[in-house]
Design a binder for this molecule. Structure first.
Ligand code: FAD
Length: 460
Protein backbone atom coordinates (compact mmCIF):
# COMPACT_ATOMS: atom_id res chain seq x y z
CA UNK A 1 0.00 0.00 0.00
CA UNK A 2 1.36 3.40 -1.06
CA UNK A 3 1.65 5.83 1.88
CA UNK A 4 2.22 9.62 1.77
CA UNK A 5 2.82 12.12 4.53
CA UNK A 6 1.43 15.64 4.02
CA UNK A 7 3.30 18.18 6.11
CA UNK A 8 1.07 21.18 6.88
CA UNK A 9 2.91 24.42 7.65
CA UNK A 10 1.36 27.77 6.70
CA UNK A 11 -1.45 26.09 4.78
CA UNK A 12 -3.87 24.81 7.42
CA UNK A 13 -6.80 23.92 5.18
CA UNK A 14 -8.38 21.15 3.17
CA UNK A 15 -9.66 23.22 0.23
CA UNK A 16 -7.33 24.15 -2.60
CA UNK A 17 -4.40 22.30 -1.10
CA UNK A 18 -2.10 20.85 -3.81
CA UNK A 19 0.07 18.73 -1.45
CA UNK A 20 -2.98 17.08 0.13
CA UNK A 21 -4.65 16.62 -3.21
CA UNK A 22 -1.55 15.04 -4.74
CA UNK A 23 -1.24 12.66 -1.79
CA UNK A 24 -4.92 11.68 -1.98
CA UNK A 25 -4.79 11.27 -5.76
CA UNK A 26 -1.97 8.78 -5.23
CA UNK A 27 -4.68 6.38 -4.09
CA UNK A 28 -2.95 5.15 -0.96
CA UNK A 29 -3.07 6.08 2.71
CA UNK A 30 -2.26 9.60 3.85
CA UNK A 31 -0.78 10.94 7.09
CA UNK A 32 -1.75 14.61 7.58
CA UNK A 33 0.97 15.97 9.87
CA UNK A 34 1.61 19.21 11.72
CA UNK A 35 4.82 19.68 13.69
CA UNK A 36 5.04 22.33 16.38
CA UNK A 37 8.51 23.36 15.37
CA UNK A 38 10.97 23.87 18.22
CA UNK A 39 13.03 26.29 16.11
CA UNK A 40 10.03 28.59 15.59
CA UNK A 41 9.49 28.67 19.36
CA UNK A 42 13.19 29.31 19.99
CA UNK A 43 13.17 32.23 17.53
CA UNK A 44 10.41 33.91 19.56
CA UNK A 45 7.75 33.61 16.88
CA UNK A 46 5.42 31.50 19.00
CA UNK A 47 3.60 34.33 20.75
CA UNK A 48 0.26 33.85 22.58
CA UNK A 49 -1.95 35.50 19.94
CA UNK A 50 -0.65 33.38 17.09
CA UNK A 51 -0.54 30.24 19.25
CA UNK A 52 -4.20 30.73 20.19
CA UNK A 53 -5.22 31.25 16.57
CA UNK A 54 -3.09 28.27 15.56
CA UNK A 55 -4.83 26.08 18.16
CA UNK A 56 -8.20 26.94 16.58
CA UNK A 57 -6.80 26.18 13.13
CA UNK A 58 -5.43 22.77 14.11
CA UNK A 59 -8.64 21.75 15.86
CA UNK A 60 -10.67 22.77 12.85
CA UNK A 61 -8.30 20.97 10.48
CA UNK A 62 -8.55 17.82 12.61
CA UNK A 63 -12.37 18.08 12.60
CA UNK A 64 -12.40 18.46 8.80
CA UNK A 65 -10.11 15.45 8.40
CA UNK A 66 -12.18 13.34 10.80
CA UNK A 67 -15.33 14.16 8.84
CA UNK A 68 -13.54 12.54 5.88
CA UNK A 69 -12.37 9.45 7.72
CA UNK A 70 -8.92 10.78 8.66
CA UNK A 71 -7.35 12.73 11.52
CA UNK A 72 -4.52 15.17 12.10
CA UNK A 73 -1.24 13.86 13.52
CA UNK A 74 0.40 16.49 15.73
CA UNK A 75 3.97 16.29 16.89
CA UNK A 76 6.42 18.73 18.40
CA UNK A 77 10.20 18.98 18.29
CA UNK A 78 12.69 19.31 15.46
CA UNK A 79 10.59 19.42 12.32
CA UNK A 80 12.96 17.36 10.18
CA UNK A 81 13.41 14.66 12.81
CA UNK A 82 9.67 14.45 13.43
CA UNK A 83 8.74 14.20 9.75
CA UNK A 84 11.33 11.46 9.27
CA UNK A 85 10.08 9.65 12.36
CA UNK A 86 6.45 9.79 11.22
CA UNK A 87 7.42 8.73 7.70
CA UNK A 88 9.25 5.73 9.18
CA UNK A 89 6.34 4.82 11.52
CA UNK A 90 3.92 4.96 8.61
CA UNK A 91 6.38 3.32 6.22
CA UNK A 92 5.70 6.22 3.84
CA UNK A 93 7.10 6.45 0.33
CA UNK A 94 6.93 10.21 0.06
CA UNK A 95 6.26 13.51 1.79
CA UNK A 96 4.33 16.43 0.27
CA UNK A 97 4.60 20.01 1.48
CA UNK A 98 4.18 23.62 0.32
CA UNK A 99 7.06 25.84 -0.81
CA UNK A 100 7.69 28.85 1.37
CA UNK A 101 9.96 31.85 1.09
CA UNK A 102 11.81 32.71 4.28
CA UNK A 103 15.46 31.72 4.68
CA UNK A 104 14.36 29.44 7.51
CA UNK A 105 11.68 27.73 5.40
CA UNK A 106 14.11 27.13 2.57
CA UNK A 107 16.78 25.74 4.86
CA UNK A 108 14.12 23.46 6.40
CA UNK A 109 13.18 22.22 2.94
CA UNK A 110 16.82 21.46 2.09
CA UNK A 111 17.40 19.62 5.37
CA UNK A 112 14.22 17.65 4.97
CA UNK A 113 15.01 16.66 1.41
CA UNK A 114 18.45 15.37 2.37
CA UNK A 115 17.15 13.47 5.40
CA UNK A 116 14.28 11.85 3.49
CA UNK A 117 16.36 10.97 0.47
CA UNK A 118 18.94 9.44 2.78
CA UNK A 119 16.15 7.12 3.98
CA UNK A 120 14.99 6.33 0.45
CA UNK A 121 11.94 8.62 0.50
CA UNK A 122 10.94 11.47 -1.84
CA UNK A 123 10.02 15.04 -0.94
CA UNK A 124 7.54 16.86 -3.20
CA UNK A 125 7.44 20.62 -2.72
CA UNK A 126 4.38 22.31 -4.23
CA UNK A 127 4.21 25.92 -5.43
CA UNK A 128 1.16 28.26 -5.33
CA UNK A 129 -0.01 27.01 -1.96
CA UNK A 130 0.91 30.07 0.12
CA UNK A 131 1.02 32.61 -2.74
CA UNK A 132 -1.06 33.33 -5.82
CA UNK A 133 2.00 33.57 -8.03
CA UNK A 134 5.20 31.81 -6.92
CA UNK A 135 8.21 34.02 -6.15
CA UNK A 136 10.37 34.27 -9.24
CA UNK A 137 7.51 33.46 -11.63
CA UNK A 138 7.48 37.06 -12.81
CA UNK A 139 10.73 39.02 -12.90
CA UNK A 140 11.88 42.21 -14.59
CA UNK A 141 14.38 42.01 -17.46
CA UNK A 142 17.56 42.69 -15.50
CA UNK A 143 16.94 41.35 -12.01
CA UNK A 144 15.80 38.31 -10.06
CA UNK A 145 13.01 40.26 -8.35
CA UNK A 146 10.85 43.36 -8.60
CA UNK A 147 11.85 46.28 -6.39
CA UNK A 148 8.88 48.43 -7.44
CA UNK A 149 5.28 47.37 -6.88
CA UNK A 150 3.50 48.89 -9.91
CA UNK A 151 5.38 47.00 -12.65
CA UNK A 152 5.16 43.86 -10.50
CA UNK A 153 1.40 44.29 -10.25
CA UNK A 154 1.13 44.77 -14.02
CA UNK A 155 2.75 41.39 -14.68
CA UNK A 156 1.10 39.68 -11.69
CA UNK A 157 -2.36 40.76 -12.90
CA UNK A 158 -1.83 39.13 -16.27
CA UNK A 159 -1.41 35.70 -14.69
CA UNK A 160 -4.44 33.71 -13.70
CA UNK A 161 -4.11 31.65 -10.53
CA UNK A 162 -4.32 27.90 -11.17
CA UNK A 163 -7.86 26.43 -10.89
CA UNK A 164 -9.10 25.89 -7.33
CA UNK A 165 -8.84 22.31 -6.07
CA UNK A 166 -11.72 20.77 -4.17
CA UNK A 167 -11.16 19.42 -0.67
CA UNK A 168 -10.68 15.63 -0.68
CA UNK A 169 -13.89 13.67 -0.05
CA UNK A 170 -12.25 10.92 1.99
CA UNK A 171 -8.87 9.78 3.19
CA UNK A 172 -7.47 6.97 5.30
CA UNK A 173 -4.64 7.29 7.77
CA UNK A 174 -2.50 4.17 8.22
CA UNK A 175 -2.66 2.49 11.61
CA UNK A 176 0.03 2.89 14.21
CA UNK A 177 0.97 6.57 13.78
CA UNK A 178 0.75 8.22 17.15
CA UNK A 179 -0.20 11.85 17.69
CA UNK A 180 0.42 14.30 20.50
CA UNK A 181 -2.56 16.23 21.90
CA UNK A 182 -4.17 18.97 19.87
CA UNK A 183 -3.35 22.39 21.35
CA UNK A 184 -6.21 24.27 22.96
CA UNK A 185 -6.75 28.03 22.97
CA UNK A 186 -8.18 27.77 26.50
CA UNK A 187 -4.77 26.66 27.80
CA UNK A 188 -3.41 30.10 26.91
CA UNK A 189 -6.03 31.99 28.90
CA UNK A 190 -4.37 34.49 31.19
CA UNK A 191 -1.07 34.54 29.25
CA UNK A 192 0.55 37.95 29.15
CA UNK A 193 0.30 39.13 25.55
CA UNK A 194 -2.94 37.28 24.75
CA UNK A 195 -5.34 39.85 23.33
CA UNK A 196 -8.86 39.72 24.77
CA UNK A 197 -10.43 40.60 21.42
CA UNK A 198 -8.49 38.06 19.35
CA UNK A 199 -10.35 36.67 16.30
CA UNK A 200 -11.19 32.96 15.93
CA UNK A 201 -9.05 30.82 13.69
CA UNK A 202 -9.79 27.82 11.51
CA UNK A 203 -10.69 27.06 7.92
CA UNK A 204 -14.44 27.03 8.56
CA UNK A 205 -14.23 30.48 10.12
CA UNK A 206 -11.99 31.76 7.29
CA UNK A 207 -14.41 30.53 4.63
CA UNK A 208 -17.35 32.00 6.49
CA UNK A 209 -15.60 35.38 6.68
CA UNK A 210 -14.59 35.29 3.03
CA UNK A 211 -18.13 34.47 1.90
CA UNK A 212 -19.59 37.26 4.08
CA UNK A 213 -16.99 39.73 2.80
CA UNK A 214 -17.61 38.95 -0.86
CA UNK A 215 -21.40 38.97 -0.43
CA UNK A 216 -21.44 42.69 0.39
CA UNK A 217 -18.74 44.77 2.07
CA UNK A 218 -16.09 44.24 -0.65
CA UNK A 219 -18.16 46.42 -3.01
CA UNK A 220 -17.28 49.47 -0.91
CA UNK A 221 -13.66 48.53 -0.28
CA UNK A 222 -12.17 50.99 -2.73
CA UNK A 223 -13.94 53.98 -1.17
CA UNK A 224 -13.83 52.93 2.45
CA UNK A 225 -10.70 50.86 3.12
CA UNK A 226 -8.94 53.80 4.80
CA UNK A 227 -11.89 54.71 7.01
CA UNK A 228 -10.47 53.78 10.39
CA UNK A 229 -13.70 53.70 12.36
CA UNK A 230 -15.65 52.05 9.54
CA UNK A 231 -13.64 48.82 9.85
CA UNK A 232 -14.25 48.30 6.15
CA UNK A 233 -11.42 45.91 5.28
CA UNK A 234 -11.69 42.13 5.04
CA UNK A 235 -9.78 41.14 8.20
CA UNK A 236 -8.70 38.06 6.28
CA UNK A 237 -4.98 38.60 7.00
CA UNK A 238 -4.67 36.00 9.79
CA UNK A 239 -6.41 33.44 7.59
CA UNK A 240 -4.01 34.20 4.77
CA UNK A 241 -1.08 34.04 7.17
CA UNK A 242 -2.03 30.62 8.55
CA UNK A 243 -3.28 29.44 5.16
CA UNK A 244 -6.77 28.61 6.34
CA UNK A 245 -7.71 30.39 3.14
CA UNK A 246 -5.94 29.83 -0.16
CA UNK A 247 -4.78 33.15 -1.65
CA UNK A 248 -5.47 31.79 -5.15
CA UNK A 249 -9.04 30.86 -4.24
CA UNK A 250 -9.58 34.29 -2.66
CA UNK A 251 -8.45 35.94 -5.92
CA UNK A 252 -10.68 33.70 -8.08
CA UNK A 253 -13.72 34.37 -5.92
CA UNK A 254 -13.07 38.11 -5.63
CA UNK A 255 -12.69 38.40 -9.40
CA UNK A 256 -15.95 36.51 -9.80
CA UNK A 257 -17.62 38.97 -7.40
CA UNK A 258 -16.34 41.75 -9.70
CA UNK A 259 -16.57 45.53 -9.47
CA UNK A 260 -14.07 48.22 -8.46
CA UNK A 261 -14.12 47.20 -4.78
CA UNK A 262 -13.15 43.61 -5.57
CA UNK A 263 -10.48 44.76 -8.03
CA UNK A 264 -8.94 47.02 -5.46
CA UNK A 265 -9.05 44.19 -2.89
CA UNK A 266 -7.24 41.85 -5.31
CA UNK A 267 -4.53 44.50 -5.79
CA UNK A 268 -3.91 44.39 -2.03
CA UNK A 269 -3.38 40.65 -2.27
CA UNK A 270 -0.68 41.30 -4.85
CA UNK A 271 1.26 43.14 -2.12
CA UNK A 272 1.52 39.85 -0.25
CA UNK A 273 3.11 38.13 -3.22
CA UNK A 274 5.28 41.18 -3.93
CA UNK A 275 6.81 41.05 -0.46
CA UNK A 276 7.28 37.31 -0.69
CA UNK A 277 9.14 37.50 -4.00
CA UNK A 278 11.37 40.16 -2.47
CA UNK A 279 12.09 38.13 0.67
CA UNK A 280 12.75 35.04 -1.44
CA UNK A 281 15.31 36.93 -3.52
CA UNK A 282 16.88 38.83 -0.60
CA UNK A 283 16.42 36.78 2.60
CA UNK A 284 18.59 39.19 4.59
CA UNK A 285 15.92 41.91 4.43
CA UNK A 286 14.11 40.31 7.35
CA UNK A 287 16.68 42.08 9.53
CA UNK A 288 18.84 44.26 7.26
CA UNK A 289 17.88 47.39 5.31
CA UNK A 290 16.89 46.66 1.73
CA UNK A 291 18.15 50.11 0.76
CA UNK A 292 20.33 51.68 3.36
CA UNK A 293 19.80 55.36 4.15
CA UNK A 294 22.78 55.29 6.52
CA UNK A 295 20.48 55.92 9.44
CA UNK A 296 22.01 56.32 12.86
CA UNK A 297 18.83 55.56 14.74
CA UNK A 298 18.48 57.00 18.23
CA UNK A 299 19.55 54.79 21.10
CA UNK A 300 19.93 55.32 24.86
CA UNK A 301 17.48 56.15 27.64
CA UNK A 302 15.60 58.89 25.74
CA UNK A 303 14.95 56.65 22.74
CA UNK A 304 14.03 53.75 25.01
CA UNK A 305 11.54 55.87 26.93
CA UNK A 306 9.96 57.07 23.67
CA UNK A 307 9.72 53.51 22.36
CA UNK A 308 8.15 52.38 25.65
CA UNK A 309 5.53 55.17 25.43
CA UNK A 310 4.87 54.15 21.82
CA UNK A 311 4.45 50.46 22.72
CA UNK A 312 2.10 51.37 25.58
CA UNK A 313 -0.03 53.64 23.35
CA UNK A 314 0.85 56.66 25.48
CA UNK A 315 2.62 58.99 23.06
CA UNK A 316 0.08 61.77 23.60
CA UNK A 317 -0.93 61.61 19.90
CA UNK A 318 -4.43 60.14 19.98
CA UNK A 319 -4.49 58.43 16.59
CA UNK A 320 -1.07 56.82 17.16
CA UNK A 321 -2.14 55.64 20.60
CA UNK A 322 -5.48 54.35 19.30
CA UNK A 323 -3.68 52.12 16.76
CA UNK A 324 -1.29 50.70 19.32
CA UNK A 325 -4.09 50.02 21.77
CA UNK A 326 -6.16 48.31 19.07
CA UNK A 327 -3.11 46.09 18.43
CA UNK A 328 -2.87 45.14 22.09
CA UNK A 329 -6.61 44.50 22.43
CA UNK A 330 -7.25 42.62 19.18
CA UNK A 331 -3.84 41.36 18.05
CA UNK A 332 -4.64 43.17 14.82
CA UNK A 333 -4.44 46.77 13.63
CA UNK A 334 -6.03 48.60 10.72
CA UNK A 335 -3.57 49.14 7.85
CA UNK A 336 -3.87 52.93 7.99
CA UNK A 337 -3.02 52.82 11.69
CA UNK A 338 -0.08 50.48 10.99
CA UNK A 339 1.25 53.03 8.51
CA UNK A 340 0.85 55.93 10.90
CA UNK A 341 2.22 54.23 14.03
CA UNK A 342 5.22 52.94 12.06
CA UNK A 343 5.92 56.37 10.55
CA UNK A 344 5.63 57.96 13.97
CA UNK A 345 8.17 55.57 15.52
CA UNK A 346 10.71 55.58 12.72
CA UNK A 347 10.47 59.16 11.52
CA UNK A 348 8.96 61.39 14.18
CA UNK A 349 10.75 59.58 17.04
CA UNK A 350 13.59 58.36 14.80
CA UNK A 351 13.74 54.92 16.43
CA UNK A 352 14.97 51.90 14.44
CA UNK A 353 12.26 50.12 12.42
CA UNK A 354 13.39 46.79 13.90
CA UNK A 355 12.23 47.96 17.36
CA UNK A 356 8.72 48.53 16.02
CA UNK A 357 8.69 45.41 13.84
CA UNK A 358 9.57 43.32 16.92
CA UNK A 359 6.68 44.80 18.89
CA UNK A 360 4.23 44.18 16.04
CA UNK A 361 5.43 40.57 15.72
CA UNK A 362 4.94 40.05 19.46
CA UNK A 363 1.22 40.79 19.10
CA UNK A 364 -0.03 40.61 15.51
CA UNK A 365 -2.13 37.53 14.82
CA UNK A 366 -1.19 37.96 11.15
CA UNK A 367 2.46 38.69 12.11
CA UNK A 368 4.48 37.52 9.18
CA UNK A 369 8.17 37.96 8.35
CA UNK A 370 7.66 39.02 4.73
CA UNK A 371 4.72 41.35 5.26
CA UNK A 372 5.76 42.79 8.56
CA UNK A 373 9.45 43.42 7.98
CA UNK A 374 8.97 44.71 4.45
CA UNK A 375 6.06 46.97 5.33
CA UNK A 376 8.13 48.36 8.20
CA UNK A 377 10.97 48.97 5.78
CA UNK A 378 8.57 50.56 3.31
CA UNK A 379 7.42 53.03 5.95
CA UNK A 380 10.93 53.64 7.34
CA UNK A 381 12.14 54.47 3.84
CA UNK A 382 14.69 51.66 3.79
CA UNK A 383 12.48 49.43 1.63
CA UNK A 384 10.67 49.84 -1.67
CA UNK A 385 8.73 53.09 -1.17
CA UNK A 386 9.54 55.57 -3.91
CA UNK A 387 9.12 58.42 -1.39
CA UNK A 388 11.41 57.18 1.37
CA UNK A 389 11.55 60.42 3.34
CA UNK A 390 7.82 61.13 3.61
CA UNK A 391 6.62 61.65 7.18
CA UNK A 392 2.97 61.11 8.13
CA UNK A 393 1.57 63.82 10.35
CA UNK A 394 -0.75 62.25 12.96
CA UNK A 395 -3.06 65.25 13.11
CA UNK A 396 -3.46 65.50 9.34
CA UNK A 397 -3.98 61.72 9.15
CA UNK A 398 -6.58 61.94 11.92
CA UNK A 399 -8.57 64.64 10.14
CA UNK A 400 -8.50 62.64 6.93
CA UNK A 401 -9.11 59.09 8.14
CA UNK A 402 -10.95 59.56 11.44
CA UNK A 403 -12.75 62.85 10.78
CA UNK A 404 -15.26 62.61 13.61
CA UNK A 405 -12.85 60.94 16.06
CA UNK A 406 -14.84 57.71 16.39
CA UNK A 407 -11.76 55.48 16.08
CA UNK A 408 -9.88 57.45 18.75
CA UNK A 409 -12.87 57.46 21.09
CA UNK A 410 -13.22 53.68 20.69
CA UNK A 411 -9.62 52.91 21.65
CA UNK A 412 -8.59 55.80 23.89
CA UNK A 413 -11.17 55.93 26.68
CA UNK A 414 -9.52 59.01 28.25
CA UNK A 415 -10.76 60.91 25.19
CA UNK A 416 -14.19 59.28 24.93
CA UNK A 417 -15.87 62.49 26.05
CA UNK A 418 -13.67 64.85 24.02
CA UNK A 419 -15.45 66.82 21.35
CA UNK A 420 -14.47 68.73 18.22
CA UNK A 421 -10.82 69.39 17.67
CA UNK A 422 -9.82 68.20 21.16
CA UNK A 423 -10.25 64.50 20.31
CA UNK A 424 -7.26 64.65 17.95
CA UNK A 425 -5.44 67.57 19.56
CA UNK A 426 -6.08 67.35 23.31
CA UNK A 427 -3.15 69.70 23.93
CA UNK A 428 -5.35 72.54 22.62
CA UNK A 429 -7.65 72.21 25.68
CA UNK A 430 -7.28 74.64 28.58
CA UNK A 431 -4.75 73.33 31.13
CA UNK A 432 -7.29 72.42 33.79
CA UNK A 433 -9.48 70.44 31.41
CA UNK A 434 -6.48 68.68 29.94
CA UNK A 435 -5.14 67.72 33.37
CA UNK A 436 -8.48 66.06 34.19
CA UNK A 437 -8.29 63.69 31.24
CA UNK A 438 -5.46 61.53 32.56
CA UNK A 439 -4.10 61.42 29.02
CA UNK A 440 -0.36 62.05 28.48
CA UNK A 441 1.11 65.19 26.95
CA UNK A 442 2.81 64.67 23.56
CA UNK A 443 6.20 62.95 23.88
CA UNK A 444 7.59 65.28 21.22
CA UNK A 445 6.67 68.34 19.19
CA UNK A 446 5.92 67.36 15.59
CA UNK A 447 8.08 70.17 14.17
CA UNK A 448 10.98 69.08 16.36
CA UNK A 449 10.65 65.46 15.23
CA UNK A 450 10.46 66.46 11.60
CA UNK A 451 13.53 68.70 11.84
CA UNK A 452 15.58 65.96 13.54
CA UNK A 453 14.56 63.42 10.91
CA UNK A 454 15.33 65.72 8.00
CA UNK A 455 18.71 66.50 9.45
CA UNK A 456 19.46 62.81 10.07
CA UNK A 457 18.62 61.99 6.46
CA UNK A 458 20.67 64.95 5.19
CA UNK A 459 17.63 66.72 3.76
CA UNK A 460 18.24 70.16 5.23
P1 FAD B 1 -7.39 44.07 3.45
O1 FAD B 1 -7.32 45.52 3.32
O2 FAD B 1 -8.74 43.42 3.48
O3 FAD B 1 -6.46 43.40 2.40
C1 FAD B 1 -6.62 42.05 1.96
C2 FAD B 1 -5.33 41.29 2.13
O4 FAD B 1 -4.32 41.85 1.32
C3 FAD B 1 -4.77 41.32 3.53
O5 FAD B 1 -5.40 40.37 4.35
C4 FAD B 1 -3.30 41.02 3.29
O6 FAD B 1 -3.05 39.64 3.14
C5 FAD B 1 -3.05 41.69 1.94
N1 FAD B 1 -2.47 43.02 2.18
C6 FAD B 1 -3.11 44.18 2.34
N2 FAD B 1 -2.22 45.20 2.49
C7 FAD B 1 -1.00 44.64 2.44
C8 FAD B 1 0.32 45.15 2.51
N3 FAD B 1 0.58 46.46 2.67
N4 FAD B 1 1.34 44.27 2.44
C9 FAD B 1 1.12 42.97 2.27
N5 FAD B 1 -0.10 42.43 2.16
C10 FAD B 1 -1.15 43.25 2.25
N6 FAD B 1 0.16 42.27 6.90
C11 FAD B 1 0.26 41.00 7.31
O7 FAD B 1 -0.46 40.13 6.78
N7 FAD B 1 1.15 40.64 8.28
C12 FAD B 1 1.95 41.54 8.89
O8 FAD B 1 2.76 41.17 9.76
C13 FAD B 1 1.85 42.90 8.51
N8 FAD B 1 2.59 43.87 9.10
C14 FAD B 1 2.48 45.17 8.69
C15 FAD B 1 3.30 46.15 9.28
C16 FAD B 1 3.21 47.47 8.86
C17 FAD B 1 4.12 48.51 9.48
C18 FAD B 1 2.31 47.83 7.85
C19 FAD B 1 2.22 49.25 7.38
C20 FAD B 1 1.50 46.88 7.26
C21 FAD B 1 1.58 45.53 7.65
N9 FAD B 1 0.78 44.53 7.06
C22 FAD B 1 0.91 43.24 7.46
C23 FAD B 1 -0.05 44.84 5.88
C24 FAD B 1 -1.50 45.23 6.16
O9 FAD B 1 -1.56 46.24 7.14
C25 FAD B 1 -2.36 44.05 6.61
O10 FAD B 1 -2.21 42.97 5.71
C26 FAD B 1 -3.85 44.44 6.63
O11 FAD B 1 -4.05 45.52 7.50
C27 FAD B 1 -4.67 43.25 7.08
O12 FAD B 1 -6.00 43.61 7.22
P2 FAD B 1 -7.11 43.06 6.22
O13 FAD B 1 -6.98 41.59 6.08
O14 FAD B 1 -8.41 43.60 6.65
O15 FAD B 1 -6.63 43.73 4.86
Amino acid sequence: MHVSVVLFTADLRLHDHPPLRAACDGGGRVVPLFVRDRAVDAAGFAVPNRLAFLADCLRDLDAGLRARGGRLVVRSGDVVEEVCRVAAEADADEVHMAADVSAYARAREGRLRRALEGAGRRLHVHETVTTVVPPGAVTPAASDHFAVFTPYLRQWSRLSPRPVLAAPRALRVPDGVRSGPLPDRAALAGSAGLSPGLARGGEAEGRRRLAAWLRGPVARYEDRHDDLAGDATSRLSPHLHFGTLSPGEVVHRARRAGGPGAESFVRQLAWRDFHRQLLAARPAVSTADYRTRHDRWRTGPGAEADAAAWRAGRTGFPLVDAGLRQLRHEGWMHNRARLLTASFLTKTLYVDWRVGARHFLSLLVDGDVANNQLNWQWVAGTGTDSRPHRVLNPVVQARRYDPDGAYVRRWVPELAGASGRAVHEPWTLPDRERAGLGYPAPVIGLAEGLARFREARGLT
